[in-house]
Write a protein that binds this ligand. Sequence first.
Ligand code: BES
Ligand code: MN
Ligand code: ZN
Length: 500
Amino acid sequence: MRFAAKTGSATEQKTACLILPVYSSGALPASTKQVNSAANGLIADLLRDGDIEGKVGDTLLIKPPQDVLESRGLRAERILLIGCGERKNFARKQYRRAVGVAYAALRKTKLENAVCFLNSEAARGTDAYRRTRIAVEVWHHRAYRYTATRSADAAKPCPQTSIGLAAKPAQAAQVRQGIKHGDATGRGMDMTRELGNLPANLCTPSHLVTVARQIAKANARLGVEVLTEADMKKHAMGALLSVTAGTAEPAKLIVLKYNGAAKSRKPVALVGKGITFDSGGISLKPGSAMDEMKFDMCGAATVLGVFQTIALLKPTLNLVGVIPACENLPGSKATKPGDVVTAMSGKTIEILNTDAEGRLILADALTYAQKFKPELIIDIATLTGACLIALGRHRSGLLSNSNKLAHALIKAGDAADDPAWQLPLDDEYKALLKSNFADLPNIGGRDAGTITAGAFLSEFVGDYDWAHLDIAGTAWLSGNRKGGTGRPVPLLLEYLLNRR
Ligand code: BES
Ligand code: MN
Ligand code: ZN
């Protein structure tokens, strides 16, 4: 899929499909008005006759009469009218929705290309850059299909190959920048979704290594290092090794490095939970929906998606990614409840529940990340079912030892329509982590499950500024739309690309 800025007016666009906005009030936006005049009032007639009401989500695909085309008043073969609701209510959310339905309608056709004018409407809370970026990201999202293990669908590629986005000449640079960022973000999210969706028998820790190497190969400023289990032993990563103990599948710790700024600039470190399947281990999970625990590597997939985007955009920043990857399975060598292990940091952990494994692999990854003397550390993890109970599927959970960092991430999430919500980390919560047999237990009891998990992680970040994103509710959808969402790639990119 290619995207391009189109500076010509609506009637000048030679395209298979012109996507035009209409409002429910009947007042026509400038682009639509121009086409309406060229087509002898056709669109106004359709609105008046009720063929399309103009509510947000309404669509109408029309074929302009032959005489209009022959008179060269219009050069588009089809017009797709998209309802934008009442003009005074047209804001960011309505815009996003309108773009989504436009692409859904287009995706159902065989039309190979289109030029979209929705983004030339001034939606409240947006500028031309943001509207373009949203359009491109939404298009990627709608165009994505999982085909890797579905032979019937693999042969059906997306019919659309190029999309034009209207750009007023004065805003052409903004629109081009929006396309560039939106396209790279979309590609990153596609990768994150695809890795999440791939079944655990294919998406193993070794597969994540292959993907990391592929990303790095395309960009000279990117490098990858992989620690094997033997290396983990040398580094005394007892917490990570305790989780992989029950499986024959080799664990990996993947380190990605992007050097886009001066060596003296400290990197941001991203740490992503990469449990490629979480059965719970000896503390076995109940059977229902256990298949969804293939998504337990979505933190890792997020880090890889962000690196994919960074590899395309080559921004001026330094970034380190650390991905601890393994399976959590029961077995004769599996870790048992009550076992005490020593983490790389030297702290001992009593493993009271082998299903609280994410925090164990993250403990060692967070310790390892400090080797790179980062400016700050952000970890991303499908860490607790409790987060889904607390926040549902709309906002990711955010915990941090730095309110400044927390606020910056919340702001980035809101700007990117990939929102998060901060939960507290008072010492009173940390006090819930008490063990009679080790420095720490790996669970804190029934209360405040997301917070005690965050409190556990906070024990492994030293004095570094750190934030933890619990994406248990946001990384994938269940039910008939089951699949990876690509979140929180937009939040992280918004933060990274706008950081000074
Ligand atoms: N990967 C799960 C968290 C999870 C569960 C995410 C369901 C999304 C949906 C994590 O490893 C886990 O099992 N957490 C336990 C922690 C508990 C044992 C303290 C949980 O949430 O039940
Ligand atoms: Mn678990
Ligand atoms: Zn897990």
